[in-house]
Design a protein around this ligand. Sequence first.
Ligand code: GLA
Length: 689
Amino acid sequence: MSPRLGMHTLTAGRGLLFGGDYNPEQWPEEVWERDAALMRAAGVNLATVGVFSWARIEPEPGVRDFGWLDRVLDLLHDAGVAVDLATPTASPPPWMGHRWPQTLPVDESGHTLWYGSRNQFCPSSPIYRRRALALVADLADRYADHPALALWHVGNEYGQVCHCDVAAQAFRDWLHERYGDLAGLNEAWGTTFWSQRYGDWAEILPPRRAPYLVNPTQRLDFQRFTSDALRAHFRAERDLLRARTPHVPVTTNFMGLFKPVDYWLWAGEEDIVANDWYPDPADPDFPARAALTHDLIRSLGGGRPWLLLESATGAVNWRRHNLPKPAGQLRLESLQAVARGADGICYFQWRASRFGAERFHSAMLPHAGPDTRAHAEVRAHGAELRRLAAVVGEPVPARVALLHDWPSWWALEEPGRPSDRLNAVDQLFGYYHPLWRRGVAVDLAHPEADLTGYACVVAPNLYLISDAAAQALTGYVAGGGTLLVGPFSGVADPNGHIRTGRFPAPLRAVLGGSGEAWLPAATDRPVRCRWADGREFTASVWTESLRVEGAEAVATFVDGDLAGSPAVLRHRHGGGVAWYVATIADPAPQAELIERVLVDAGVTGVLGHPGAGESGVGSGGSGGTAGPGEMPPGVEAVRRGSVLFLLNHGADPVDVTVSDPATDLLTSEPVSGRLTLAPRAVVALRPPR
Ligand code: GLA
């Protein structure tokens, strides 16, 4: 990542970015002029252009038609709209698959995925690569000096997986690089199991449909390989762009907690980290899921400002049932992203399509035109974002790190484990949610990252853990840190092999306890547990048979063979404290657990400790009650730079007490004392300078 070319290259002179995908190839030219005028009126200053324009630019192999794109870029530039110009390589034209069917992706069962949709390419295909790069080079040569060009958007939502013969050879090359020789591969894949030993590289295949369970390490490596193959293609395009336009930042659009691609490895390849985020209004937890996703994206970029490149003003075409977004929701979602470090908010798409698979996808400009509530909200919000110049470029400081690792996620969710009910993202969210409810800012981090700057590290699940990560976590606690580790962690090594001995073997010393059996829980009754003070709580899904080895048992199991054995451990190790949780606690005890860990770490929410009535904020109205340390239900609090954002995601008004006088940047009104946040209200409070 080049710090030289961050979001500031875009926001300088423009402020927060606002805009969306623009697909002018779907419209006659007279509409383009209207679009440019309407964009200007809506405060749009960034448009992503050309994502699906390969067939329009290259109607037959080797032919180029850039004239239309010249006119689009000129028009947008004249309207004051900067262009995020896409390399249109996500959707090759039908001629590619027709003439070169070997460029088409093949699934696990050997079925070709045909053209007529999009994304139909094998990431390892040299023919696809060659034709894509030729087009990218010409595109970059053509627009290198165009004044509208502000950002390069490589491909779209990388995630293609291919199991074809070309991919098989690329997989073998990748494995050769990783293991050196077949002996190393056989060892890593544990091929003495089920007579799977390979005697020739040519025998090795991507995981394909097989009579029974496929080798889990083969599958794990194929996921690593696929992420790397896509990244190699991204890099090839990026390098062409950088060579021609070293002054223009390069990005691609991530998809949050998207399983197929290891974004920790990807993010460093880009100048700007960008994300597509489509919260589901039917999911009651979506405000917290959004916060988690935004925190991930900010963290992938090392805390630097990021770009929300796609989201929806309303319905999407790919959900089976779309609940409407109420008035004010667009604004609330946008400001939440800004509060969590976004320096730009864009939508898919500017003008709603009349035809094609996305004809019922919402847009900034709906089918019904500009004289609509939806467009009025867009315009009002575009204008309002101008008021937030004070947060542009500002960081979101966090003292808590939440660990997440893609290979561990892949390995954890392989078939053939003790229970398929313990999943990486559920665990992540289960630990994030109580932190969010407390207004505690969180960074996501890789398990091998330098964590010394954090007061508290939470590892909801580290099924697969490297020796380096285990040592670093142990050292982190010894050096004074507070660590919380969730169940079924420290189980496997980077090959996915079980680490033998009492578990979690590499974390045993730091956790001060160990276990001997993973025991998924009965589904028809809760797991009863008891805090050390005698109060009971319930958990579910999972238990483990542990014993203490220096730790205190903060909670124990109540029933059956596990009666009296530890459910939660707390261990002083060196200057710090480590916690281990051997079950999945229900939300209330989970919140209590987090609260206790935060006390150990000396971390409070951005407003102090509201539930204890110390300062900052108190709930009122019909907003319900908050537990110890929690914000009033529905309220999110996050500080970006000096600006405190308070957002009410709830359906009821909430009274908030603001202890220090401030100005709400969104209204320019002074605020102090009691403040009522209506449903979907947001304030952005800046203290007097
Ligand atoms: C993704 C894609 C867009 C569009 C939207 C629809 O984010 O990148 O091209 O298909 O989904 O929600």
